[in-house]
Write a protein that binds this ligand. Structure first.
Ligand code: UD1
Ligand code: MG
Length: 450
């Protein structure tokens, strides 16, 4: 069967007053990505022909975030039907199916969206397919009223519902799929004669039925369509998404020692047989190869880790860190914009920034690459097999050649040639017997005073 063309309209004009934020609601992040980005990703899985995001006046940052998808501006917030009408100009004459979604329900899955689009092809040829749900607490959701044959007869908004209608458990999740050929006319006829004086998109069902068109319900999981209105719901949605991401990581062959303490980003990629210890946080942009072990309390962001590497405990991998195969990054080590090549070891209390650590090099405890002079950032290059003694400072720009050794406690300000030794510290002086003499002298002074 050839697919009908598909357009998606995402409503995001709401001000999100209850978020008490300077940031538009749909730009608040869940698992490291703005909510609207999650909705667009789900929609993208259906390969739509058009996507339009409806925003309010002055929401340029939302427009920038959803680009290259176009935005339509709803000048005043007169209700969900009015918001869909704002997108009409960009969809005029569209012949296929039109999905309407909310920008503040980031957990919706492509599977549910597909089920809605597929339901449009039922023999009854519904003009409108509505996503229904049965939440434990139906609260103030709109209620779906079915006819005797299981078709959808109308949606009543909670404020306008009679007691027997409020008793209905089947609720409007808000998402709808329309026949593009009929929706412009049907939605165009919606008025605002209701408790809130708004143009309710939900009224489209009664209008369609009155015109002899069928309407249908697809039931979905209520957790998928939790709408975020306040920060508490943002946290709830975050927790649900984390549960999904943990489950997916384990399904894909990673061991999570204590899943509830591992936090993923929407785009975290773990290889096979990766073991993740307790209390590990993945920021956006992390890719981890096969058989990597990430010990407890590590934090990673925009990092690539190759197979067989061992990280942590307590390692911080910042943007631009590239960890080679079988490399070891140990406790209290920070790596930023630096490549640590195959088999190299950076095991204790170290900062490596703007640098390369060559294959099999060994970086002693307390090594610091001094990459910043208050104005610019400079690179440190450490050759293959080099050995940096503990507590050394490498003052960039500087290089240590392959196989070279830097003596412990050195402050290296000049390049070190391959295979050579550099020691850059005060020479040790020893005075035999001095300590015993010193103590004798002090004891004598004390006895005289007493
Ligand atoms: C809506 C439904 C209700 C359903 C509930 C599910 C209507 C009339 N009611 O109610 O049946 O149970 O969602 O969560 O549709 N928006 C605009 N412009 C507007 C108004 C809203 O873009 O003028 C956007 C909002 O940003 C939001 C979405 O549309 O993303 C839904 O609006 P909201 O006010 O939250 O609708 P509800 O009252 O929750
Ligand atoms: Mg709402």
């Amino acid at each position: 069967m050839t697919r009908r063309p598909l357009a998606c309209v995402i409503l995001a004009a709401g001000k999100g007053t209850r978020m008490k934020s300077d940031l538009p609601k749909v730009l608040h992040r869940v698992a490291g990505r703005p909510m609207i980005g999650h909705v667009l990703a789900a929609v993208g899985e259906l390969d739509p022909d058009h996507v339009v995001v409806v925003v309010g006046p002055g929401m340029e940052d939302v427009a920038a975030s959803v680009a290259p998808y176009p935005t339509a501006v709803q000048e005043r917030q007169l209700g969900t039907a009015d918001a869909v009408r704002a997108a009409f100009g960009l969809l005029e004459g569209f012949p296929g199916d039109v999905l309407v979604l909310y920008g503040d329900t980031p957990l919706v899955t492509p599977k549910t969206l597909r089920a809605m689009v597929e339901a449009r092809a039922q023999v009854s040829d519904p003009a409108v397919v509505v996503l229904g749900m049965r939440p434990a607490d139906p609260g103030a959701y709109g209620r779906l009223i079915l006819d005797g044959g299981g078709g959808l007869e109308k949606i009543v908004e909670y404020l306008d519902a009679a007691p027997e209608e409020r008793a209905v458990g089947l609720c409007n999740a808000g998402l709808m799929a329309f026949d593009g050929a009929r929706m412009f006319d049907l939605i165009g006829r919606i008025g605002n004669d209701n408790a809130k004086g708004e143009f309710y998109l939900t009224d489209v069902v009664q209008i369609a039925r009155a015109g002899g068109h069928a309407c249908a319900v697809v039931e979905g999981d209520d957790q998928e369509v939790i709408g975020v209105n306040a920060r508490a719901e943002l946290a709830e949605v975050e927790a649900l998404l984390q549960r999904r991401l943990r489950r997916a990581a384990m399904d894909n062959g990673a061991t999570l020692a204590d899943p509830d303490t591992v936090y993923f980003s929407f785009d975290t990629k773990l290889g096979r047989d990766v073991v993740v210890g307790q209390n590990v946080v993945f920021g956006p942009g992390v890719t981890v190869g096969d058989r990597v072990e990430i010990k407890p309390f590590c934090h990673l962001e925009q990092v690539t880790v190759s197979s067989g590497a061992i990280l942590g405990p307590y390692a911080r991998l910042r943007p631009g860190a590239v960890i080679g195969p079988d490399a070891h990054i140990g406790n209290f080590v920070e790596i930023k914009n630096a490549t640590v090549e195959a088999g190299a070891k950076v095991n204790h209390l170290t900062y490596i920034g703007d640098a390369r650590v060559g294959a099999k090099a060994n970086i002693g405890a307390g090594t610091i690459t001094c990459n910043y002079d208050g104005f610019g950032k400079y690179r440190t290059d450490i050759g293959e097999g080099a050995f940096i003694g503990s507590n050394s400072s490498l003052v960039a720009p500087v290089s240590v050649g392959a196989g070279a050794i830097v003596g412990a406690g050195s402050v290296v300000t000049q390049d070190v040639a391959a295979e050579s030794l550099a020691v850059a510290r005060g020479r040790q002086q020893s005075y035999p017997g001095w300590a015993a003499d010193f103590r004798d002298r002090k004891r004598l002074e004390k006895a005289k005073k007493g």
